[in-house]
Design a protein around this ligand. Structure first.
Ligand SMILES: *Cc1c(COP(=O)(O)O)cnc(C)c1O
Length: 373
């Protein structure tokens, strides 16, 4: 197929970001590649992260881990949450390291390890210190740690928690992070009292790593920063030396000259402000371009920002080019650099009233991913 619309992922930027995050934290990196590497292509990103000395990879689902194995990746892979008990055989088959917290899951895991005659399985135990999503609540820390440590089929190789407000640049957010880290230290002390000496202790996501030195333990777990994107409007990736890895490019498919006042696209939400040129670009919301870019977004043509004219449609959008005649086949950059200009994922997130994470994970499978570098 020769559709000009595609994603380009700069793997040199991924390598740079992983190395930079590790150096900033002074700790080995567990590169989070869940959700197909935040839309960038998990296997290619994983290999680049390992090139840059990532010690671990992390995924959300057993099938995501199995896909890394199928791609020939044999590095340690952490499964960030417990899957259903029915998926335990697949988890073992894919040689993933599970994060555990539910007694019923822990018992089922041990039973399957025994049934398969496997050696001790390394697990990481997760404490809920204030995220309130998954993890062992404080009243259960001691019994659950005792249970895992006392199960001959399992060994506690890691202890972790997850921060709820590391990206909240407010005194309340920072206070929550301090309280969570203090609670995590109590969890670690409980484990130490029970004689548990884990090899890996980890708490920091990207925002924690960048903003909260106290969250940098023996391993850090960045996701969004690996891709060079900001965790929040107030935690700017570029200010921390990170480089965006993703470009979204297309090309002009049609060009027309319109008299002033001519309306275009669904609902006639835009009219030409003067006589001038409008370019059609074959990319739309079915590719993951937010419809919220209607009359708001901008894209690059010949290194110049051109405003989105009218409603973003399923497969196409329009750009106002004024006096400048666009030519069919000329490259259009929706995200990334062209000439001296750059459109950032962060801009789209503002227009769509969301976060960078949602923008990149919603770029659909209709867009081919090309990995460069
Ligand atoms: C997704 C995830 C991360 C990565 O978070 P970022 O904000 O993308 O850096 C780390 N830890 C856990 C448990 C996660 O679910």
């Amino acid at each position: 197929m020769s559709r000009p619309t595609r994603i380009e992922v700069d793997l040199d930027a991924v390598r740079h970001n992983v190395a930079h995050l590790g150096a900033s934290a002074g700790a080995p990196v567990c590169a989070v590649v869940k959700a197909d590497g935040y839309g960038h292509g998990a296997a290619a990103v994983a290999r680049a992260a390992l090139d840059a000395d990532a010690a671990w990879l992390a995924v959300a689902l057993v099938e995501e881990g199995a896909q890394l194995r199928a791609a020939g990746i044999d590095a340690p892979v952490l499964l960030l949450s417990e899957p259903s008990i029915a998926d335990i055989p697949a988890l073992l088959e894919a040689d993933l390291t599970p994060v555990v917290y539910r007694p019923a899951f822990i018992a089922a895991l041990a039973a399957q390890v025994r049934a398969e005659g496997r050696g001790r399985l390394a697990v990481h135990v997760k404490a809920d210190t204030g995220m309130g999503r998954v993890g062992v609540r404080p009243v259960q820390w001691e019994p659950v740690l005792r249970e895992v440590a006392g199960t001959p089929q399992l060994s506690v190789d890691g202890l972790l928690t997850h921060l709820a407000c590391a990206d909240e640049v407010t005194s309340a957010g920072d206070a929550t992070t301090r309280e969570q880290l203090a609670a995590f230290d109590r969890f670690l002390a409980t484990a130490a009292r029970l004689g548990i000496r884990p090899r890996w202790v980890h708490a920091a996501n990207t925002a924690g790593l960048l903003r909260h030195p106290g969250s940098r333990r023996g391993l850090v777990r960045p996701g969004i920063g690996v891709y060079g994107l900001s965790p929040d409007v107030e935690v700017v990736a570029a200010d921390h030396g990170l480089r965006p890895a993703l470009r979204l490019v297309s090309a002009v498919s049609y060009a027309k000259q319109l008299p002033a006042g001519t309306p275009v696209s669904y609902g006639h939400r835009w009219r030409a402000p003067s006589d001038g040129w409008v370019a059609t670009v074959p990319v739309g919301y079915a590719d993951g371009v937010p419809r919220a870019l209607t009359n708001r977004g901008q894209a690059l043509l010949r290194g110049v920002r051109r405003p989105v004219a009218g409603t973003v449609t399923m497969d196409q959008l329009l750009l106002w080019c004024g006096d400048e005649e666009p030519h069919v086949g000329e490259q259009v950059v929706l995200l990334g650099v062209q000439g001296g200009e750059q459109v950032r994922v962060e801009e789209w997130a503002v227009h769509a009233d969301t976060i960078t994470y949602e923008i990149v994970t919603q770029l659909t499978s209709r867009l081919p991913r090309h990995h460069l570098g």
